[in-house]
Design a protein around this ligand. Structure first.
Ligand SMILES: Nc1ncnc2c1ncn2[C@@H]1O[C@H](COP(=O)(O)OP(=O)(O)O)[C@@H](O)[C@H]1O
Ligand SMILES: [Mg+2]
Length: 353
């Protein structure tokens, strides 16, 4: 068996004991290090599909293969070391009296020495912003805190494949940003099930759409998440960032506004996808931060030159990197100069290029 893929799913069927058929021939292969968004309407079977990946449920037909090993009753321990699932409901995952114990549970099971366990707990809690919570009772945390704690209980045993079921639900904006940052920087194989298509767009290279018991689309996230028709047919909608962008473009091209409104909208349209790299991480994500710049509205696309930068921490610190020239054009017909001391960045316009 080839070991090329982290996850191989071949023609999987799954029915619940009550006879409800959820998966009817789902197939996909995920390579090591890929970050894949899993989207689909409510009840499509996303959570069910995820539970097959570490044998919480077993396929009724077909095969699920993790790093070359088929998921079977007799190898679940080994499979679960490799595949960590952060479930939708944190209460499925928390069962110890304290935060420390919950996060230490995985590494303890791996038989790691005490100092290593402590280091891993500390690192995992740090990642989810819960350091200092070690002695608190897991059950007395707020729902959003329990979601983050559930994530820490999986991160602490460092599985190669991470599966997240709706991780951003109930997260406040700062923790959502931290989650995006962590996911973006991670070099693990990641499957991310989410209704937050902005996160999917930010983090994932690839996107699977689950509907009618199988994958109805599998391709580049930047194509699928821009495909209004495909999303609508499957009861999904464009990421908010793209909708806003489209709306503003429409407004701008309608011509029915005064110069001040034009200036504001063009400024927002300037808040778009950024590429960070080559150090740290490479990804595109969308910032909405209006900033002052000069522009001219012409009827032809314009080109401009500015500098690249690298982000060391999202929302915290922006460090200017090696300057290089980069030409872009905008179809909203404005030029701008970056001379007001705000973040310098490379950008392109989502859905427009
Ligand atoms: N334990 C269960 N027994 C019977 N049906 C279930 C069970 N769990 C989920 N289902 C049904 O299976 C379908 C898929 O559920 P789920 O995988 O949770 O969907 P999703 O995560 O895409 O919203 C739904 O129709 C749901 O009602
Ligand atoms: Mg679900």
């Amino acid at each position: 068996m080839s070991n090329e893929y982290a996850i191989q799913v071949d023609d999987v069927h799954f029915s619940y004991p009550d006879g409800h058929k959820v998966l009817k021939g789902a197939s996909c292969n995920i390579r090591y290090g890929e970050k894949v968004a899993l989207i689909g309407p409510n009840g499509a079977g996303k959570s069910t599909f995820m539970s097959l990946l570490n044998g919480v449920a077993l396929a009724t037909e077909g095969r699920v293969v993790i790093s070359g090993k088929e998921v079977k009753k007799d190898n679940l321990k080994e499979i679960r070391r490799q595949v960590g699932i952060v479930f939708q409901d944190p209460d499925d995952q928390l069962f110890c009296p304290t935060v420390f114990d919950d996060v230490a549970f995985g590494p303890l099971n791996l038989g790691l020495p005490r100092h290593e366990i402590e280091a891993r707990v500390s690192e995992a809690l740090d990642t989810v912003g819960l350091n200092g919570f070690e002695t608190r009772s897991s059950f007395h945390l707020s729902f959003g805190e329990r979601k983050r704690l559930a994530m820490a209980t999986v991160l602490s045993y460092q599985p190669d494949i991470l599966v997240f079921d709706e991780p951003s639900t109930n997260m406040d904006p700062l923790n959502r940003r931290k989650l995006i940052q962590w996911l973006t920087n991670s070099d693990k194989t990641i499957l991310l099930c989410t209704h937050d298509l902005d996160i999917a767009l930010d983090v994932c290279d690839r996107c699977l759409v689950l509907a009618d018991g199988h994958f109805v689309a599998d391709g580049k996230a930047s194509e699928i998440l821009y495909d209004r028709k495909l999303l609508e047919v499957n009861h999904l909608e464009l990421p908010l960032a793209l909708m806003t962008h489209e709306l503003l473009h429409e407004k701008l091209s309608s011509g029915k506004m005064d110069a001040e409104h034009k200036r504001i909208i063009a400024s927002f349209l300037h808040a778009h996808r950024h590429s960070h790299g080559p150090e740290g991480h490479e990804h595109v994500h969308i910032h909405f931060h209006p900033h002052e710049h000069q522009h001219m509205h012409g009827d032809v696309s314009s080109q401009h030159v500015h500098e690249s930068f690298k982000v060391t921490a999202i929302g915290k610190q922006v460090v200017k990197g090696e300057p290089h020239s980069d030409h872009h054009h905008h179809d909203d017909g404005h030029t701008h100069s970056h001379d007001e001391g705000h973040d310098h960045h490379t950008h392109d316009t989502p859905g427009r290029e």
